[in-house]
Write a protein that binds this ligand. Structure first.
Ligand code: HEC
Length: 124
C-alpha cells in the first residue's frame, strides 16, 4: 500500500519535471530591452523558426523545417516586394510551402516593419 503511494508520487513528480523542462526549453526568447517595433514583432512571430539571428533555430530543425538564412547575402539582394509578399502570403504561392502566411495576423504596416527588421539581420 505504502509502496504504491510512493510510486504514484514519484510518477507525478517525474511528469512535473518532464513537462516543466519541456516548457523551459520551448519558451520563446524575449526581445532585448529597447527593441524596435519591428524587432518585437519578429520575436513574437518569427523567432521560433528563424532564430534570433535569422540563421534558423534548432526548434525548427527539430520539426525538420529548413527556414533558410535570413541574414544571407541572397536574402539581402531580394527586393522589398519579395520579402513583403512571402511574409504576407507565405511561401506556398511560389512553391516554398515551409513559410507560413502572416497576412491574416499582421497588418501591412507591420509587415513593412518586419521587412525593415529582416534587412538589419544581414548587417549584424
Ligand atoms: C513555422 C516556421 C516559420 C515561421 C513562424 C516563420 N517562417 Fe519564414 N520561413 C520558414 C521556412 C521553412 C522558410 C523557407 C521556405 C522554403 O524555402 O521552402 C521561410 C522563409 C522565409 C523567407 C524567405 C527567405 C528566402 O530564403 O528567400 C522570409 C523573408 C521569411 N521566411 C521571413 C519570415 C518572417 C518575417 C516571419 C515572421 C513574421 C517568419 N518568416 C516566420 C519558416 C517559418
Amino acid at each position: 500500500m505504502r509502496r504504491a503511494l510512493l510510486i504514484l508520487v514519484a510518477a507525478i513528480a517525474g511528469i512535473g519535471v518532464f513537462t516543466g523542462g519541456l516548457a523551459w526549453l520551448l519558451t520563446d526568447p524575449r526581445p532585448p530591452a529597447g527593441a524596435s517595433y519591428g524587432e518585437r514583432l519578429y520575436y513574437r512571430s518569427c523567432v521560433e523558426c528563424h532564430g534570433r539571428d535569422g540563421r534558423g533555430s534548432w526548434r525548427a530543425a527539430l520539426f525538420l523545417l529548413r527556414p533558410g538564412n535570413l541574414a544571407s547575402p541572397r536574402v539581402a539582394a531580394e527586393s522589398d516586394r519579395y520579402l513583403f509578399d512571402i511574409i504576407k502570403h507565405g511561401g506556398s504561392p511560389i512553391g516554398r510551402p515551409g513559410m507560413p502566411a502572416f497576412g491574416y495576423h499582421l497588418k501591412d504596416d507591420d509587415i513593412t516593419e518586419l521587412v525593415k527588421y529582416v534587412r538589419t539581420l544581414g548587417k549584424q
